[in-house]
Design a protein around this ligand. Structure first.
Ligand SMILES: [Ca+2]
Ligand SMILES: [Ca+2]
Length: 290
């Protein structure tokens, strides 16, 4: 059970141990040693965000629905925290949860510093629900670690965040099978989403061309269900630096398929850019009969 209020920190009790949820009661009635150390660890010993070595930090690139599925995550060194940076373009509710056999402790940070909510797994699964994402496009952090500091292993992490309010359709350009749009990454954690529907079966090239040398663009493409088709939830296409074009070619694409293109500026880079989707139809080849 999770508190619905924005309590500073909440911790689920281990299975079989009964305790009162309020922290004053926890303090007054001294807990068994194991429970107390768990509570204290969950409260006090999370590292500050952003995370650095020996902890890991990755950036999560959510899809147009504000979601990210990370099924193959790993705690590879004992005691390490696996940290994630995540942001949303719009405000709303956020839930995070893990699955797997490794007992997990999960923490949410609404900015740099200490977590605002933390939760320990009853089984392998841990979750923090009803988090509020404000309208300021803040950088948020999620941290995952094994409940047993000596344990290592894999887990799945799921982000269920805030969907993108505005998805711009890419405009059909005069050139056949070409769509494009121009806009700007205007600030830290401003993310732009575009959609287009393929007009031919064949090869489709999606590109981002910065018009400002300050913009280090990154590119992700998701299908209509939110599955990554270009880049992953933690790795965009980012071959070029500031001012450089990002290009990715998809082969064997069917006509009438809708894709969602995510453009972001790496770090806090900003600037205007154009985004293109260009289709090259499959050329029919005659099959010779002998
Ligand atoms: Ca923008
Ligand atoms: Ca780039």
């Amino acid at each position: 059970m999770l508190p619905s209020s924005d309590a500073r920190v909440s911790t689920d009790e281990p299975r079989g141990v009964r305790c009162d949820k309020t922290r004053t009661t926890l303090r007054q009635n001294r807990l068994p040693m194991a429970m107390e150390s768990l509570e204290q660890r969950a409260l006090f010993s999370w590292p500050n965000a952003p995370f650095d070595t020996p902890n890991v930090q990755e950036v999560i690139y959510v899809n147009q629905r504000g979601n990210a599925d990370l099924p193959g995550e790993k705690i590879s060194s004992p005691g390490a925290v696996h940290g994630y940076e995540v942001s949303f373009d719009d405000d709303g509710r956020l839930s995070i949860y893990t699955r797997g056999s490794l007992r997990i402790e999960l923490a949410f940070y609404n900015g740099p510093g200490q977590p605002t909510r933390a939760n320990a797994a009853r089984s392998g699964n841990s979750s923090i629900k009803n988090l509020y994402v404000g309208p300021d496009k803040d950088t948020l952090y999620v941290a995952v670690r094994a409940q047993d500091p000596a344990a290592t292993g894999t887990y799945a992490l799921y982000i269920r965040g805030v969907g993108q309010n505005v998805v711009r359709p890419l405009n059909r350009a005069p050139k056949a099978n070409t769509f494009s749009s121009r806009t700007a990454v205007t600030g830290v954690n401003d993310t732009d989403f575009f959609s287009f529907t393929t007009s031919v079966t064949g090869t489709w090239t999606i590109s981002v061309k910065p018009e400002d040398n300050d913009l280090n663009a990154t590119l992700n493409v998701f299908d209509s269900a939110g599955n990554p088709v270009v880049g992953t939830f933690t790795r965009p296409v980012d071959a070029a630096g500031n001012g450089g074009n990002e290009i990715f070619t998809l082969t064997n694409v069917r006509a009438d398929t809708t894709y969602y293109v995510r453009v972001d500026g790496l770090g806090d880079s900003t600037g205007f850019y154009r985004v293109y989707a260009r289709g090259a139809p499959v050329v029919a080849t005659k099959v010779r009969r002998r």
